[in-house]
Write a protein that binds this ligand. Structure first.
Ligand code: PBG
Length: 329
């Protein structure tokens, strides 16, 4: 008697395993989220995200250059503005000379189409209360009023030359409204990557430290607009709406705890689908690495490959540089 099927045959050597590998990670899959500071010649560490920094625009340019040498060419920008620029109506979000807009135009004029820049459309870096939109007296985020500000923000980013605007605010109808405004102003080739299935997750904590919205939020949550983690049909509904409204690409966020959503999304819609391995996922990995509980290099690559297996076309990850270096050797 012998086993008729021996799946282990295909695992005997690295060469054979590679021959039958179904997925592979490449630097083309990597999108690096970066935090932008005001001023010049400044960098700051982020305590809860060891290894990740905030950069003033001049230093950001150097950092982008270094990334390009590693093969990373896609970047998502997140501005960190001083408290004095924050307000209830988030006017700074659409300042043509604002931090995000300036960073976009500086990077695009230096690097042109050798990079792809993604700008976040949401008001949390610019509101005094840290919510993603304009609030009423009860603290409820008002959908349609917020949308008007988001539309201005997206247009200002397009005018600055961004390749992709990425609404991460979860207001109803905002993708359609942004698409219309972009078309009306001659930006028919500016893409929309919609954070379509964005959950009210507790994994965003370190990011909120990084952009300085955590203190302003004072422990409040975003559950009246971001999705309930109990749901997955609702994600399909949200993604469908964004595609109908004109999203070119969609995103699922967070990443690893929501890979079921990535898989369902890709199977259902077959559109370019991205996933965000968020700040909390980065932080927990880094904590385990620092303690010697997990083997850093191998776990980074395994965690990113899981996104490919689920069907993601790209991954926003704070491990982008580490992964690119590992893929090079
Ligand atoms: C802002 C925004 C958030 C993230 C990306 N865009 C935070 C939030 O919704 O509170 C989180 C990214 C991360 O945790 O890495 N709307």
């Amino acid at each position: 008697m012998f086993p008729y099927h021996r799946p282990r045959r295909l695992r005997r050597s690295a060469a054979i395993r590679d021959l039958v590998a179904e997925n592979a990670l490449s630097t083309h899959d990597l999108i690096f989220p970066m935090f932008v500071l005001e001023g010049e010649n400044r960098t700051e560490d982020i305590t809860s995200m060891p290894g990740i920094k905030r950069y003033s625009i001049d230093r950001l340019e150097d950092e982008v250059n270094e990334c390009i040498l590693l093969g990373i060419t896609r970047f998502a920008l997140f501005p960190v503005v001083s408290e004095s620029k924050k307000s209830l109506m988030a006017e700074e979000a659409y300042n043509p000379e604002g931090l995000a807009q300036t960073a976009i135009s500086r990077l695009k004029s230096r690097f042109g189409d050798s990079i792809v820049l993604i700008a976040d459309v949401a008001l949390d870096p610019f509101t005094t209360h840290g919510q993603d939109g304009v609030i009423d007296a009860a603290g409820y985020v008002i959908n349609d009023t917020t949308m008007e500000v988001l539309v201005k923000q997206a247009l200002s980013q397009a005018q600055a030359g961004v390749d992709i605007v990425a609404p991460s605010d979860m207001m109803d109808g905002r993708v359609g409204a942004i698409r219309e405004e972009l078309e009306a102003n001659g930006f028919s080739n500016t893409c929309i990557m919609a954070y379509s299935a964005k959950y009210a997750s507790n994994y965003y904590g370190p990011f909120r430290d990084a952009v300085g919205s955590a203190g302003n939020l004072k422990g409040a949550d975003k559950k009246t607009y971001q999705m309930n983690s109990a749901n997955s049909d609702e994600a399909i509904h949200e993604i469908g709406l964004d595609i109908e409204e004109g999203a070119d690409m969609v995103m699922v966020k967070p990443g690893m705890p929501y890979l079921d959503i990535v898989l369902r999304c890709k199977e259902e819609f077959r559109v370019p689908t991205f996933a965000y391995q968020v700040s909390g996922e980065y932080a927990m990995h880094k904590a385990a690495f620092a303690n010697g509980w997990l083997s850093e290099d191998k776990v980074i690559l395994e965690s990113l490959l899981s996104f490919k297996r689920a069907g993601a076309d790209g991954i926003l990850t704070y491990f982008a540089k580490d992964a690119a270096k590992l893929l090079k050797c």
